[in-house]
Design a protein. Structure first.
Length: 116
């Protein structure tokens, strides 16, 4: 799994390039974001365009990252979800907790509103 980030409007755009995000990749993702949080970045957009499968560990890690962001006054948005991942978000009702945008531009605009 390859993870990279770009800074746009004081938001970290996290690009996840992996067919699947499941344990143990979720540990790598969480550690990556924790490093950015320690560096003071609290607003995130996760671009999941290149992810085809997200297991329960992946959902749990996204929820954990969301909570960490909120505790530090930040925001998290997901974008570019394929139909399978959107289905997982819907049946787990995470679509009611996490902000999901259709595209990266909308997600950046939404998260950037929260940047002081």
């Amino acid at each position: 799994m390859d993870i990279s980030h770009r800074l746009v409007n004081h938001c970290a755009i996290i690009d996840v390039e992996a067919g699947t995000v499941q344990h143990p990749q979720t540990v790598v993702l969480k550690n990556y974001v924790n490093h950015l949080l320690r560096a003071g970045i609290t607003h995130f957009v996760f671009n999941l365009q290149k992810v085809s499968l997200l297991d329960s560990f992946g959902v749990a890690v996204l929820l954990s990252i969301y909570k960490q962001c909120r505790q530090q006054g930040g925001m998290l948005s997901l974008c570019e979800l394929n139909p399978n991942i959107m289905h997982v978000m819907t049946i787990t009702r995470m679509d009611r907790v996490l902000t999901i945008c259709e595209n990266e531009t909308d997600a950046i605009a939404l998260v950037s509103q929260g940047v002081a």
